[in-house]
Design a binder for this molecule. Structure first.
Ligand SMILES: Cc1cc2nc3c(=O)[nH]c(=O)nc-3n(C[C@H](O)[C@H](O)[C@H](O)COP(=O)(O)OP(=O)(O)OC[C@H]3O[C@@H](n4cnc5c(N)ncnc54)[C@H](O)[C@@H]3O)c2cc1C
Length: 444
C-alpha cells in the first residue's frame, strides 16, 4: 500500500461527484467567468460514473420533470441543460415526440455522465474519501486534509480550503438482516442489476424471491422480476397496509420549488419537522400510481387464471432472518391478526431505503469544531471560532432545508447558492495572503 501526499492546495474538494456536486461544478464554471477560476477537484469512489447504476432497470423513469435538470431553473441558456444534451445526441425531435416530462432513468444517467464528462480535468474516479481532518495555521483550522483511498488500498492526502460533501445516501439494512451481510442470498436494492446477473433465474432456473419494502424501489424490482425472469416466484413483504401512491399533485409539488427552501429554513426549528413530515408521502414509502396500477393488474390476472405465482404480504413485519441450507428463512408476523409464520427464500432483496448520516463518519476528526452539525441557509456547516475552513453539505439538510434536499428538485439553485457562499468565503479568507487560484485577480 502506497501513501502519497499532494503539495497543491485546492480551493475546493468535492466529496462525491453525483448530481449535487456535478451541478456545483457547473455553477462554479459559470461564476468563474466573472469571479475568477477556482482550483477545484471532485472525488468519486465509483470507478466510472453512474447514477444509481444498479437500479437502472429498463422500465424505470425519472420521477421529476426533466426541466429540473442540473441547471435549467437557474440558467436555461446554459450548454448543460437536458435539452441541449438531447440536441447534441440527435434525439431532441424524438424526445419531443415522446410527449413526456419524465425520461427513462437510463437516459438521465447518460445526461449526467455527459455533463460530468465536461469536467474530467477537475474530477477523479476510483477514490473513496475516508476522512476529513483539520490543518492548523496560526492556531486556527484554515485548511482541511482530505484523505482518500483507491481500490488497491493506496492512500492519498490532499489539502483544501473548503470541502463540499455530496456523497449521497447509504443503503439502510434492517437490524434483522445485519448478520446476513455476507450471505450472497441477501442484498440491498442498490445492487440489484449486478446481483441478478449471477442468479440461477438468469439461466431460467426457478427461484423463490422476497422483496422487503413497500416503496418505489420495491415496486420497480417486482415489475422487473415479473417481466424479466419468468421462472421466479416473488413475495412482496411490507409493514404498510397497502402500496400507497406518491402525491405529485400540483399544489403539493410546490413544496419542491426553490422558494419553499426559505419557508422551511425560516421556521422555528421545532416547527420544521411537522411541515416536512406533512409531505412525507411525496417521496418516502410511496410508489408512482402507474406502477401501482401495473402491479395490481398482475395480481388480478393471477386470480383470473387461478395460477398463484406471486404473493403480497402487507401488514407484515419480519422478526428474524436466518441463513439455512434450504434458503434464507424469514420469521413473519402478521400485524393484523398477530399470527406468526416462517418462509424460505432463495433470495431476499432489501428495498429498505437509504440513511443519510455518512457525513458524521467522514467529519469525525473535525467533530470538536462542528457542534451539532448545524447548517446555515447557504448549506455551510456552522463551525466555532477556531475553524476558518469552510464545509458545506448537499443532501444532508432535509430537516432544515426541506424535502427537496435529497432530490434533484432544487439542484440548479442550491449549487449556485453554495458557489456564491464559497466565493465570498475564499475571497475573505485569502485577502492579504498568497493564494493558489486567480480568484482575486478578477474580483473588483
Ligand atoms: C434508485 C433511485 C432513484 C432516484 N430517482 C430520483 C428521481 O427520479 N428524481 C429525484 O429527484 N431524485 C431521485 N432519487 C434521489 C437521489 O438522491 C437524487 O436524485 C440524487 O442522486 C442526489 O444526488 P447526490 O449527488 O446528492 O447523491 P448521489 O447521487 O447518491 O451521489 C453521491 C456520489 O458520491 C459518491 N460517494 C459516496 N461516498 C463517497 C466517498 N466517501 N468518497 C467519494 N465518493 C463517494 C457516490 O459514488 C456517488 O456517485 C433517486 C434515488 C435513488 C436511490
Amino acid at each position: 500500500m502506497k501513501k502519497s501526499i499532494e503539495s497543491d492546495i485546492y480551493d475546493l474538494i468535492g466529496v462525491g461527484f453525483g448530481p449535487s456536486n456535478i451541478a456545483l461544478a457547473v455553477a462554479i464554471d459559470e461564476r468563474s467567468k466573472l469571479q475568477g477560476n477556482l482550483k477545484s477537484l471532485f472525488l468519486d469512489k465509483q470507478s466510472d460514473y453512474s447514477w444509481h447504476g444498479n437500479t437502472l432497470v429498463s422500465q424505470s423513469e425519472l420521477q421529476i420533470s426533466f426541466l429540473k435538470d442540473l441547471v435549467s431553473l437557474r440558467n436555461p441558456t446554459s450548454p448543460y441543460t437536458f435539452v441541449n444534451y438531447l440536441h447534441t445526441q440527435g434525439r431532441l425531435i424524438d424526445f419531443i415526440n415522446l410527449g413526456t416530462f419524465y425520461p427513462c432513468r437510463m437516459e438521465f444517467n447518460d445526461y449526467l455522465r455527459w455533463v460530468a464528462g465536461h469536467f474530467s480535468q477537475s474530477s477523479s474516479y476510483g477514490e473513496e474519501v475516508v476522512s476529513i481532518e483539520p490543518i492548523f495555521k496560526q492556531e486556527k483550522v484554515n485548511e482541511l486534509r482530505v484523505v482518500s483511498r483507491d481500490a488497491l488500498g493506496n492512500q492519498y492526502e490532499k489539502t483544501a480550503r473548503s470541502v463540499v460533501l455530496g456523497s449521497g445516501g447509504t443503503p439502510s439494512i434492517p437490524e434483522e438482516f445485519k448478520g446476513l451481510k455476507d450471505d450472497g442470498r441477501v442484498f440491498h436494492h442498490s445492487q440489484y442489476l449486478q446481483r441478478m446477473l449471477t442468479q440461477p433465474c438468469a439461466k431460467g432456473k426457478s427461484m423463490r424471491i422476497a422483496i422487503v419494502g413497500g416503496g418505489q424501489s420495491a415496486a420497480e424490482a417486482f415489475i422487473d422480476l415479473n417481466d424479466s425472469y419468468p421462472s421466479v416466484q416473488v413475495d412482496m413483504i411490507m409493514r404498510a397496509s397497502a402500496l400507497k401512491p406518491a402525491d405529485s399533485s400540483p399544489f403539493v409539488n410546490e413544496i419542491f420549488s426553490p422558494d419553499f427552501t426559505d419557508v422551511i429554513y425560516n421556521l422555528a426549528p421545532e416547527d420544521r419537522e411537522g411541515l416536512v413530515n406533512e409531505y412525507h408521502n411525496t417521496n418516502y414509502s410511496v410508489v408512482d400510481i402507474e406502477l401501482i396500477d401495473r402491479i395490481y393488474s398482475i395480481f388480478y390476472r393471477q386470480k383470473v387464471s387461478d395460477l398463484q405465482r406471486h404473493a403480497f404480504h402487507c401488514l407484515t413485519s419480519i422478526s428474524s432472518a436466518e441463513a439455512t441450507d434450504q434458503g434464507v428463512e424469514l420469521s413473519l408476523r402478521n400485524m393484523a391478526d398477530g399470527t406468526d409464520s416462517t418462509k424460505q427464500y432463495d433470495l431476499v432483496i432489501l428495498a429498505t431505503g437509504y440513511k443519510r448520516k455518512h457525513y458524521k463518519k467522514l467529519l469525525a476528526p473535525m467533530a470538536e469544531y462542528l457542534g451539532d452539525f448545524e447548517v446555515g441557509r447557504d448549506y455551510r456547516i456552522k463551525t466555532d471560532e477556531r475553524c476558518d475552513a469552510a464545509l458545506y453539505m448537499q443532501g444532508f439538510c432535509q430537516s432544515t432545508h426541506g424535502l427537496s434536499d435529497t432530490l434533484l428538485s432544487v439542484l440548479a439553485i442550491r449549487s449556485d447558492e453554495i458557489a456564491e457562499s464559497l466565493y465570498t468565503h475564499l475571497i475573505k479568507q485569502q485577502s492579504g495572503e498568497m493564494f493558489s487560484s486567480s480568484i482575486l485577480d478578477t474580483v473588483e
